[in-house]
Design a protein around this ligand. Structure first.
Ligand code: DX5
Ligand code: ZN
Length: 230
């Protein structure tokens, strides 16, 4: 069976208790912390930067997956690498030199990936496959949590899966295929069938359960995994 990874987006966490939120969600079985970085320039919202990444790094050995929604891209990459990011992804439209930005991420010792907005064509990845560890498809327009999954993302996932599988057959290298936006218990199985192996879920996870319950994320993460096992 394919290996599936669940990546709660801390965008929807309670920022007043961020450390506890991260500890709880990992204890409940999440694989990855998805860390959304917005600059109020590339996207119309403003979130968190390397200082917060550095602060949460000691709390978990789980992968920290930094999703940069910033422009320019390059100057913030070394800071996130120093802050303990494991994966850094960026939007090709936000970089003047995509190959150079990917190389910079790799030089800093991190895994690198490209993020595709709903209308961004996949061909941006064609000539940089050797530098990609992850492809992230947005199934909402970036900037906010809690939006509705755009169904066309399923067709795009199938295309991305074909490209990634063809590349793996040729080279033996694995590239993760992540989906971000509107992932819920009722659509995750279909999204997996379309080819995703890594699932960002923000509002679905952090909106679950009662705040007073330290195990409030157990059942939502178990429910997502049950759907993935179908
Ligand atoms: C949106 C962010 C997402 C967001 C997903 O720009 O990249 O990671 O947190 O949130 P949900 O799962 O609520 O759609
Ligand atoms: Zn994201």
């Amino acid at each position: 069976m394919a290996q599936f990874r669940i990546a709660p987006s801390i965008l929807s966490a309670n920022f007043a208790k961020l450390g506890q939120e991260i500890t709880d969600v990992i204890a409940s079985g999440a694989d990855i912390i998805h860390f959304d970085v917005m600059d109020n320039h590339y996207v119309p919202n403003l979130t968190i930067g390397p200082l917060v990444c550095e602060a949460i790094r000691p709390l978990t050995s789980a992968i920290i997956d930094v999703h940069l929604m910033v422009k320019p891209v390059d100057r913030i990459i070394p800071d996130f690498a120093k802050a303990g990011a494991n994966i850094i992804t960026f939007h090709p439209e936000a970089s003047e030199h995509i190959d150079r930005s990917l190389a910079l991420i790799k030089d800093q010792g991190c895994k690198a990936g490209l993020v595709f907005n709903p209308a961004t064509p996949l061909h941006w990845m064609d000539h940089v496959m050797d530098k990609l560890d992850m492809v992230l498809l947005m199934s909402v327009n970036p900037g906010f949590g809690g939006q509705k999954f755009i169904p066309e993302a399923l067709n795009k996932l199938r295309l991305a899966r074909q490209k990634i599988d063809a590349y793996r057959e040729k080279t033996g290298r694995e590239i993760w295929l992540e989906i971000d936006g509107g992932v819920k218990v009722d659509n995750i199985a279909e999204i997996a069938r379309a080819g995703a192996d890594t699932f960002v879920a923000g509002s679905a996870v952090f909106g679950a359960g009662k705040e007073s319950d330290p195990h409030r994320y157990d059942s939502i993460i178990a429910a997502l995994r049950t759907e993935l096992a179908k």
